[in-house]
Design a protein around this ligand. Structure first.
Ligand SMILES: [Zn+2]
Length: 493
């Protein structure tokens, strides 16, 4: 049986203010070509690179979050190759002393080892003009990148996708990168080969065969598709008795949804790495200690805590924690809820019931209202304190679900507190028996034929009358109370 052996190489564009080795802005989007440049990032003779401390901190922070070891000493090396978008004819990268080595992430209960992570500068961009000429835009040259390399531990195309999604989430939690694949802030190359296992699970032949590196994958979906395509292509080669005999590089072609051979893969020797004499060795012990102290709670820990502490369902906790802003909102709502709940009956304090009520209103109703209005939780007027009060009103039965949606819509639009809106719009539950009796009398008076048929034995018609009461009061009466009071009236005269 054949099984895939998959490893990933990810480039994360770090969210620093300036480039890796000069003071130019690191994010040049929407600027005219070749306006975000200086003598350093265009490699003018006599200039010297100065490493960006923020980029180093971001790399260290990411390394810690990936359970990696931060090097006490780390250095930069020159990776030599000639290409029009590389003005120095070498890239400043890290070879044998990367800032991070080792590490792992657990994805879907399977461990993916991290081999290393190192800092480097991005190349410029070649633009192919309609006139058939190629132009070079140096705005991107020198943007800081963190390259993360995994062990060949990725079990399947789906596993690869889940790993990358978690990596993006971690980068966002840490504030080191927006990691948007469509915008090129996170780029992924995937290495894949196949190997054979016998019926007992033992590896037949070589442990690792020549691999194919798939480049230019620009979305999570395409990572999955490119790997699925390669598994199919390589399986056919194996079945034909001619598995890949050399390592190659292929590019993902979005239009045809296939991979296409580009060139034979360079060996490390081709790059003639050597230490960059212009950049001093980095001493990282102090930075590592500081970053470790400041490391925020990571997504996996947060998801587990949302389940354990707040009583949320695992799938709800996952959905909330995928959005850092929503996560902060929910934390604040739960902290406010405990004070709102301190004064109510023990019955409604059931933590998991409360959590389900909250996640239901948050994930379907509130998020829906925000999407309709093209808002997110930070730009909307609703605040966590008011949402906590809203949940309390629902939990204690003071507000019905029907009226709840009206109140929530108003909260999103105006930022007003829910009890104020209920008072203004007369949306509270009607508890006053006299008021309910008035409505019931009116309903009975307006539906004489239904009353007559009910008395003649069509007992199920009580549903119609309850429906009328709910309609008259816009759902503000408890349906059980309405039923009881209707029955008393109908049976007594
Ligand atoms: Zn520059």
């Amino acid at each position: 049986m054949l099984e895939p052996v998959i490893g990933l190489e990810i480039h994360l564009q770090l969210k620093t203010k300036s480039k890796m080795f000069c003071a130019c802005a690191a994010h040049e989007t929407a600027m005219s070509p070749n306006t975000n440049i200086c003598p350093v990032c265009t490699a003018q003779p006599g200039t010297l690179p100065v490493p960006n401390e923020q980029a180093i901190r971001f790399g260290v922070r990411m390394g810690l979050a990936l359970n990696g070891t931060i090097a006490s000493h780390s250095k930069f090396d020159r990776k030599n190759y000639f290409y029009p978008d590389l003005p120095k004819a070498y890239q400043i990268s890290q070879y044998d002393q990367p800032i991070v080595s080792g590490g792992f992430l657990i994805i879907d209960e399977k461990r993916i080892g991290i081999t290393r992570a190192h800092l480097e500068e991005d190349a410029a961009k070649n633009l192919h003009g309609v006139d058939g000429k190629t132009y070079v835009d140096f705005n991107r040259a020198g943007t800081p990148l963190l390259e993360i390399v995994t062990e060949p531990d990725v079990a399947s195309p789906q596993h690869a996708k889940a790993f990358l999604q978690e990596l993006r989430l971690i980068a966002r939690y840490l504030g080191v990168s927006d990691a948007d694949m469509e915008k090129g802030q996170m780029r992924c190359d995937a290495n894949i080969s196949l190997r054979e296992r016998d019926a007992e699970g033992g590896i037949v032949g070589m442990k690792f065969h020549p691999k194919t590196e798939v480049k230019n994958i620009n979305s999570f979906r395409n990572v999955e598709r490119a790997l699925e395509f390669e598994i199919k292509r390589q399986t056919e080669l194996w079945n034909a008795g001619s598995p890949p005999s050399v390592s190659t590089t292929r590019g993902w072609d979005d239009a045809s949804q296939t991979t296409k051979e580009q060139r034979l893969k360079e060996g490390e020797g081709d790059y003639r790495y050597f230490p960059d004499p212009d950049v001093p060795v980095l001493e990282l012990a102090d930075i590592a200690a500081e970053e470790r102290r400041r490391l925020p709670e990571l997504p996996a820990t947060k998801r587990a805590r949302f389940v354990g502490e707040y009583g949320l369902k695992p799938e709800d906790a996952r959905q909330i924690c995928d959005d850092p802003a929503l996560t902060d909102f929910v934390e604040q709502v739960f902290s406010e809820l405990s004070s709102w709940m301190s004064s109510v009956d023990a019955e409604v304090k059931d933590q998991s019931k409360l959590a389900n009520l909250l996640s239901g209103w948050l994930l379907s109703k509130l998020t829906g209202l925000l999407v309709e209005r093209n808002l997110d939780i930070t730009s909307a007027k609703i605040n966590p304190e008011n949402f906590a009060e809203f949940i309390t009103l629902l939990a204690t039965g003071k507000l019905s679900s029907t009226a709840g949606l009206t109140v929530l819509t108003e909260m999103v639009g105006t930022g007003a507190d829910p009890s104020h809106i209920m008072e203004e719009k007369h949306l509270g539950r009607i508890d006053d028996e006299g008021a309910i009796a008035e409505v019931i009398d009116r309903v009975l008076l307006n539906n004489p034929d239904i009353v007559e048929r009910y008395k003649a034995g069509k007992k199920e018609l009580i549903q119609v009358l309850i429906g009328q009461v709910m309609k008259e009061t816009e759902g503000a009466v408890d349906a059980k109370i309405a039923r009881n009071m209707l029955m008393v009236k109908l049976e007594s005269n």
